[in-house]
Ligand binder design. Structure first.
Ligand code: FAD
Ligand code: SF4
Ligand code: SF4
Ligand code: SF4
Length: 369
């Protein structure tokens, strides 16, 4: 039976809760706001399945075969401007939707909590588009998104499942077999901030604006792709916009003050990933192909499998791209294989988060120190 003794060894992927044959595992929030599995021991039948499938307890071997790497721009400028980097995700999603498939990814709920959802129509793609720098809940309302994906897969539908590498690892472990109709896409991942910090941030900004939050983008490109910013629009039409170097939520995220414990020792940052395709921002693009950089965003696309190569071939007519040697492609993106360093300040941060008003948290931790 799964028991979380070391929080660094749980990514909250929900595979154990999804696989339990008697449904006695629930995902519950700790006081940092991260979800962990909790077993109702009175109902556990000791089948051992949860431990057997946990992707961290049963780490996959890294094949260490470097993927093919491409700098990619989606030729649809509107889609690219609404995407975090070059708009590559939307092309994969379009391909799957055009083939009658289903696309899973991170979305906001009505209260701007981040959770995984699926879409079946192109009109809904905007919900999944663009990065939300908060851990996405894979079991919103206690319903396992992995189970939903399995239902579609077993029914023969093409499924694109997207998320962080630990979420893809969790899905694959849960499924326990390969599906020809499954395509998976992960990301180069800095780590995920606490949903509780984000909730408090939304409340704080809403209180300041004296209105409810209506729209939010973590990757607004009005100031450029490199100087991307947090932009929030409120129901009274007030707008908050600050670039990522000074927005406090970004500072707490990028300076690693509020990440999930496992992100400081990530088990999924292998050279060869479990996904078919890995996406990222093409940081450092100027040192490789400056001509491509028009300041509006370029994706780094890493092709991990034959299936990934096939789908990449299918979208080539809709992109501007250039193949780049793997080492050069990731030279400015060390998060591909390295975890961020844990700072001592993290413990104090979460202690304060639960005892001080959020305004004080921002004053204390929302600056570049
Ligand atoms: C938490 C996080 C950390 C990241 N860290 C880095 C990094 O260090 N370096 C880097 O180059 N790129 C990083 N990225 C990836 C980058 O932000 C873009 O997502 C990537 O470049 C793809 O952009 P796009 O323009 O192709 O598509 P977009 O439309 O911008 O991307 C949408 C995709 O992101 C997924 N997504 C959005 N939010 C989340 C979330 N909270 N959890 C899981 N999946 C999510 C969606 O499901 C969809 O697959 C990170 C993304 C996330 C979510
Ligand atoms: S990593 Fe996933 S499977 Fe393992 S204990 Fe955590 S939630 Fe369960
Ligand atoms: S051992 Fe089996 S029954 Fe018990 S929690 Fe794990 S999966 Fe559920
Ligand atoms: S850093 Fe690793 S463990 Fe953390 S969210 Fe990203 S992939 Fe998952």
């Amino acid at each position: 039976m799964i028991e979380i003794k070391n929080k660094k060894l749980c990514s909250g992927c929900t595979a154990c809760a999804s696989v339990c044959p008697v449904n006695c595992i629930t995902m519950e929030s700790d006081d940092e706001g991260f979800l962990y599995p909790v077993v109702d021991k009175s109902r556990c039948v000791n089948c051992g399945l949860c431990e057997k499938i946990c992707p961290i307890l049963n780490k996959k071997e890294d094949k260490k075969i470097p993927p093919k790497a491409y700098a990619v721009i989606n030729n649809d400028l509107k889609v690219r401007m609404n995407s975090s980097s070059g708009g590559a995700f939307s092309l994969l999603a379009d391909y799957v939707l055009d083939n009658g498939g289903v696309v899973f990814g991170a979305s906001f709920d009505e209260k701007f909590n981040v959770c995984h959802r699926y879409i079946e129509r192109k009109e809904d793609l905007q919900k999944l588009r663009a990065s939300k720098y908060v851990q996405s809940n894979l079991a919103e309302g206690g319903v396992s998104i992995f189970k939903k994906a399995k239902e579609f897969l077993d029914g023969g539908r093409m499924v694109l499942f997207t998320g962080t590498a630990c979420q893809i690892g969790g899905l694959k472990s849960y499924l326990r077999k390969d599906y020809d109709n499954l395509i998976t896409q992960d990301l180069i991942c800095h780590g995920v901030p606490s949903p509780l910090v984000w909730k408090k941030y939304v409340e704080y900004r809403s209180k300041k604006a004296k209105a409810n939050l209506q729209e939010v983008s973590f990757r607004d490109k009005r100031l450029g792709w490199l100087l991307f910013s947090m932009r929030m629009k409120f129901t009274n039409n007030k707008v908050y916009q600050k670039n990522h170097l000074i927005d406090p939520m970004f500072v707490m995220f990028l300076f690693n003050k509020c990440l999930r414990p496992c992100c400081y020792a990530c088990s999924f940052k292998t050279i060869t990933r479990q996904s078919d395709v890995t996406l990222a921002d093409f940081w450092g693009v100027n040192s490789v192909c400056k001509k491509l950089n028009d300041g509006k965003g370029i994706s780094l696309v890493l092709i991990q499998t034959k299936k990934g190569a096939e789908i990449f071939d299918k979208i080539k007519a809709k992109i501007t791209y250039l193949e780049v040697p793997f080492e050069k492609a990731v030279a400015h993106n060390k998060m591909y294989t390295s975890s961020v360093k844990e700072k001592r300040i993290r413990t104090k941060f979460f202690k304060d988060l639960n005892s001080l008003p959020f305004e004080k948290i921002i004053r204390k931790y929302g600056w570049l120190i």
